[in-house]
Ligand binder design. Structure first.
Ligand SMILES: Nc1nc2c(c(=O)[nH]1)N[C@H]1C(S)=C(S)[C@@H](COP(=O)(O)OP(=O)(O)OC[C@H]3O[C@@H](n4cnc5c(=O)[nH]c(N)nc54)[C@H](O)[C@@H]3O)O[C@H]1N2
Ligand SMILES: Nc1nc2c(c(=O)[nH]1)N[C@H]1C(S)=C(S)[C@@H](COP(=O)(O)OP(=O)(O)OC[C@H]3O[C@@H](n4cnc5c(=O)[nH]c(N)nc54)[C@H](O)[C@@H]3O)O[C@H]1N2
Ligand code: SF4
Ligand SMILES: [Mo]
Length: 743
């Protein structure tokens, strides 16, 4: 028996884990790592199931090649030869623009995904680049890009020191936090209240997070920008503004905010005017306050405006870049610019709908258009890395059909699932336990400065490829170097680029060195480890990979400190309170100041033992409370005459689903979790708990204009009685509350 340490790779909370393995290297138990300075032993049911997830018998172990509807196992060389033939064939016939790439959610967590996204995108030479970003957080990047001049200037609530936390459209008690890495988020919320602070949650559902708060307010889906504008209006009208950082555009902001009075927005957003005024006063009066928002508002109409207004309120109340307010973490690695600086968007546009690029990406919501619409530049091939678009994208079934029409598709994915079944070749990454891990992205949004590296717990088997090698070989094929090119060739090129930057940074350990001299200093067992070592040595704490290896439980690098001056990149150096780029959206929002007629509105829901589309194949994570049901208020159940099931119809599709009457949801709103719809899947456990695809109902024709982001929340739907589909189990009406446990 032995114990290994590893960061959990599943969600944004980056919990440290202690893994016990038996003599056959089978995982016996996974517990929280009490010696991790950030997570301090916290673990959730998913982390505790990591061994079962990792050892899933349905996981692919070798490449798969499809002919018609027949799959067969293949060797790596043969698989890469098939990729070269398929991909280069499409490029020869239709040009490089006919190739698209999608980088799914796990690519934000894995070293293979993070370090090789750039090289693969560049060697493909296409602007048809898509990621989970445009079905998630792109509005945040655009908003901070416009305000601070850098699309990565993302602040986090200083959770452990704040005295007042306003949460809109996030449910960290179940999601464990997002764009805010805070293991044991629920515990941190409890501590906030225990020290006399206040928490207010604004959400169309009274969530578990709301249960941990002092106050919960229902908001009509898609209207948070109105509510926030009224907060801004009140702060300005009542002279409650404290500016602690240099700003520009206050007068323009005042003009924008004028029509959005609490009285004008209240009937539209559903939050009483008196509560809005009180919230503004409380935020202004709190010794330190933070406003935090995530998916609920990012994937709703006016997503970018909402993210902007959140940071406007944080700035106006004097809480930007201040302890207890919202702060910019200082990661251990060299901060690499991602996206243009100063920030700009629309450097190119999508072919069919002319949507602007943002952060180098085009909207996932228009990928089906690009595949279906003939003409020069039509997408004919797709490289999908760690994505399950059939279930994750708006109007997923349409996109799935489009995938079936591609001339070539290759997926890097451990599963044959709803999306990868359309691939010609599937290249499986190794098990999580076999991969080194470093959260290059998530460690930029931690609530304390912190770092931790995890070496692989288990070695690769002979002949098995790491995810990094798979990515490198795909990049080399795309670059024309062929199916047998040595991945080290690409690694050395990337490392050389990094060191090239390093030799020019005065004061860096590589300054003034020859590249070979600098390269000789690096230590690491693989390409991404060497890249990481370089980035750590170039980082602000002077760390290195060997140093991190000596600290397997992670290193606390101290509380967050003010550093706006280091991250801001606007022309004037001031925070732009009223970027002109937002004007058209503000005008469009003004037109929403009319009391809405009331169709039912659909929103999403995350479940504690789930993670998007890919954890439903683990028996301990499905069943019980983790079922795909429609939450609906009992008044609506009665009004609509529903029995056990409902037919839900939207502009794009319809489905029949079991209902779960629930007092906690706002009347007029229904909620369906996403990532389900596994009927007929090759993942056997998932197929036995199929659920329905919520994205059959979401619309791919509406996007957030500024970011291209999908609008999942607030889709108008009709709900009608329906009989239970034959053979379906009766729905579970009682949510089973799981204890959130620690080590
Ligand atoms: N209606 C609705 N739709 C949504 C959302 C919503 O709230 N409502 N949420 C959206 C959000 S926030 C996101 S991030 C997206 C996520 O959507 P996707 O980007 O499609 O990600 P997942 O659904 O997590 O699917 C991950 C895929 O990666 C594979 N995978 C798992 N681990 C690894 C690995 O280590 N390496 C590789 N190569 N593959 C791996 C899995 O088998 C799976 O196929 O969904 C979005 N879709
Ligand atoms: N257990 C679990 N954890 C996860 C995931 C998972 O699938 N399951 N997915 C991971 C991923 S990819 C992400 S991006 C994060 C997301 O992390 P969160 O953003 O915290 O996740 P959600 O649970 O989607 O929270 C969104 C909340 O917004 C509410 N909402 C919906 N529409 C609106 C609206 O218009 N206005 C307001 N104010 N609220 C609204 C919903 O009711 C919900 O409570 O979670 C991550 N962690
Ligand atoms: S909250 Fe759970 S899934 Fe997320 S990192 Fe921690 S243990 Fe893993
Ligand atoms: Mo996400």
């Amino acid at each position: 028996m032995r114990t290994a340490h590893r960061t959990c790779p599943i969600c944004d909370a980056v919990c440290g884990l202690r893994i016990e393995l038996d003599d056959n290297e089978k995982v016996l138990s996974v517990r929280g790592d009490a010696d991790d300075p950030l997570s301090k032993g916290y673990i959730c049911p998913k982390g505790a199931s990591l061994g079962r997830i990792d050892e899933d018998p349905d996981r692919l172990r070798v490449p798969m090649i499809r002919t018609g509807d027949q799959w067969r196992e293949a060797g790596w060389d043969e698989a890469f030869e098939a990729v070269e033939q398929g991909l280069m064939g499409v490029i020869d016939r239709h040009g490089r623009q006919s190739v698209a790439a999608y980088f799914g959610n796990p690519t934000f967590h894995t070293m293979g995904g993070i370090f090789y996204r750039g090289p693969l995108s560049q060697s493909l030479g296409t602007t048809n680049l898509y990621s989970a970003g445009t079905i998630d957080q792109l509005p945040k990047h655009v908003a901070v890009g416009l305000m601070f001049g850098s699309g990565t200037a993302i602040s986090v609530p200083d959770l452990d020191r704040t005295e007042y936390l306003l949460i809109l459209g996030a449910n960290p008690a179940e999601s464990h936090g997002s764009l805010c890495a805070a293991p044991d988020f629920p515990g941190r919320l409890k501590a906030l209240r225990a020290r006399g602070g206040k928490i207010v949650v604004v959400d169309p559902r009274r969530t578990r997070t709301a249960d941990l708060a002092d106050e919960h307010l229902f908001v009509r889906p898609g209207t948070d920008s109105l509510l926030l504008f009224a907060l801004v209006h009140t702060l300005l009208a009542e002279d409650l503004v404290t500016l602690r950082v240099e700003t520009e555009g206050l007068e323009e902001l005042r003009a924008h905010a004028r029509p959005f009075t609490p009285a004008a927005v209240a009937p539209v957003c559903g939050v009483p005017a008196g509560d809005i005024v009180r919230l503004a006063r409380e935020l202004a009066a709190a010794p330190a306050a933070a406003v935090y928002t995530r998916m609920g508002t990012s994937t709703a109409d006016f997503g970018t405006l909402t993210q902007w207004l959140v940071d406007v309120v944080n700035t106006l109340t004097g809480n930007l870049d201040r302890p207890g307010g919202v702060m910019f973490p200082k990661p251990a690695t060299l901060e690499m610019p991602w996206g243009p600086r100063p920030f700009t968007s629309g450097r190119w546009h999508s072919r069919v709908k002319n949507y602007p690029e943002a952060m180098g990406e085009l909207p996932v919501a228009t990928l089906a258009d690009e595949i279906e619409t003939p003409g020069e530049g039509q997408v004919r091939a797709l490289i999908s890395i760690a994505g399950n678009l059939a279930l994750s994208a708006p109007n997923g079934p349409r996109l799935a059909d489009a995938l079936g029409d591609l001339e070539f598709m290759v997926c890097v994915d451990p599963y044959l699932n709803e999306t990868t079944k359309y691939a010609d070749v599937i290249l499986p990454p190794p098990r999580m336990m076999q991969m080194p891990h470093y959260d290059l992205l998530l460690l930029t949004v931690t609530v304390r400065n912190y770092t931790r590296f995890s070496p692989p717990v288990l070695p690769l088997e002979p002949g098995q490829l790491s995810e990094a090698e798979i990515m490198a070989r795909l990049s080399l094929i795309a670059a024309g170097a062929g199916a047998h090119a040595d991945p080290a060739q690409l690694d050395e090129a990337v490392i050389g680029q990094l060191l090239g930057i390093g030799t020019q940074i005065p004061g860096s350990p590589f300054h003034g060195m020859e590249l070979t001299e600098a390269r000789a200093l690096l230590e690491g067992d693989s390409g991404p480890e060497l890249m990481l070592d370089a980035m750590l040595r170039l980082g602000p704490y002077g760390l290195s990979l060997p140093e991190l290896r000596r600290n397997p439980n992670g290193l606390d690098l101290g509380p967050l400190e003010p550093r706006l001056a280091e991250v801001i990149d606007t022309e004037s150096g001031a925070v732009r309170l009223a970027p002109v780029e937002l004007d058209p959206e503000i005008e469009r929002l003004g037109a929403r100041l009319v009391t809405p007629t009331a169709p039912m509105l659909l929103i999403g829901r995350r479940q504690l033992r789930s993670n998007n589309s890919w954890l439903h194949n683990v028996p301990s994570l499905v069943g019980g409370s983790n079922r795909c049901t429609l939450h609906i208020h009992p008044d609506d159940v009665a009004r609509l005459g529903l029995d056990t099931h409902a037919r839900v119809t939207s502009a794009t599709g319809d489905l029949v689903v079991a209902i779960e009457p629930n007092e906690a949801i706002m009347p007029g709103v229904v909620s369906l979790p996403h990532g389900w719809g596994h009927a007929g899947s090759a993942q056997r456990t998932a197929a036995a708990h199929p659920g329905v695809n919520a994205n059959a109902l979401t619309d791919d024709s509406t996007i957030d204009a500024l970011s291209g982001n999908a609008v999942f929340n607030g889709a108008p739907v009709t709900v009608a009685p329906a009989p239970a589909p034959e053979g379906e189990e009766p729905p579970v009406h009682e949510p089973v509350l799981l204890p959130v446990f620690a080590a």
